[in-house]
Design a protein around this ligand. Structure first.
Ligand code: GLP
Length: 259
């Protein structure tokens, strides 16, 4: 894992946007994995800025979303599909149909999940997969205690996740859906470059467990330790419980860039 600790939000967003820009420039048909939550928003804003400046285009690219609530109304502003459309997709030049998300309203959820995994595999997997992390160590919506080898699947949300996400539902816990469909951990691990962003004290424990704890279903994000090409971009607070923080800073400053 390459761990970047950087106080300045603009610099963090710029580093993440650079990875996505490089992927799209290397291959205009690149496949980008999109995440919702607040962590990737500055990255989307940076990418929109670069698109408007004529620096990059998503016209031939594809994108896959990580997760979706089950049973949420099509037009609900917090339906992840609508969030990603508003925050990013509608503001750049993806072709129609180029962005897909798991279907949380399918009558046969398992069938829809299998079809979603097949679509990701048929596209060759994601070149870069943006990720956030839940305070309970989830990535996408893979909650603790699940299979480390899961494919896209329906999942029940933990009480902690629903409490964390109530802020998007007028702080009314009862309005937060109870279930979701999520890319599985093995789906996420099939990405060529998982790129996780986290900030704030609330994420410090989950980040320490993910980077330095045992690989365990108790912290689903810890599976990323077994991926050869992961980048984790943190602010000082999210990094505050890392034992080897000083070494990570040194390693990033003296890194050998791939040609
Ligand atoms: C939700 C999403 C996750 C996201 C997490 C963290 O639970 N399903 O994909 O990583 O929130 O969100 P934030 O970035 O807002 O802290």
């Amino acid at each position: 894992m390459q761990i970047v600790i950087e106080a300045d939000i603009a610099v963090r967003a710029g580093i993440a946007a650079d990875f996505i820009e490089q992927a799209v420039k290397r291959n205009p048909q690149a496949v980008i994995g999109l995440a919702t939550g607040s962590s990737p928003i500055p990255v989307y804003q940076e990418l929109i800025k670069r698109y408007r400046a004529g620096r990059l285009s998503f016209a031939s690219a594809k994108a896959f979303m990580l997760d979706e609530y089950v049973g949420i109304e099509q037009a609900h502003p917090q339906r992840y599909r609508n969030v990603i459309e508003k925050e990013f997709v509608s503001q750049v030049d993806f072709a129609p149909e180029a962005v897909q998300g798991p279907d949380g309203n399918a009558t046969d959820l398992w069938k829809a999940c299998r079809a979603y995994d097949s679509a990701i595999a048929a596209a060759g997997g994601t070149d870069v997969q943006l990720l956030g992390i839940g305070s309970d160590g989830h990535i996408a919506f893979n909650e603790p205690g699940g299979s480390l080898a899961s494919k896209t699947h329906p999942e029940a949300l933990t009480q902690q996740t629903r409490i964390d996400n109530a802020r998007f539902f007028d702080d009314q816990l009862e309005l937060v859906p109870t279930h979701c469909v999520t890319q599985g951990l093995s789906t996420i691990m099939s990405s060529k470059h998982p790129l996780l962003l986290a900030s704030g004290k609330k994420k410090a424990k989950a980040i320490a467990a993910m980077c330095e704890g045992a690989v365990s279903s108790l912290c689903p994000a810890s599976i990323l330790q077994t991926h050869p090409n992961v980048t984790v971009i943190l602010d000082e607070e999210a990094a505050s419980e890392l034992q080897l923080a000083e070494f990570y800073r040194y390693r990033w400053q003296t890194r050998v860039e791939e040609k």
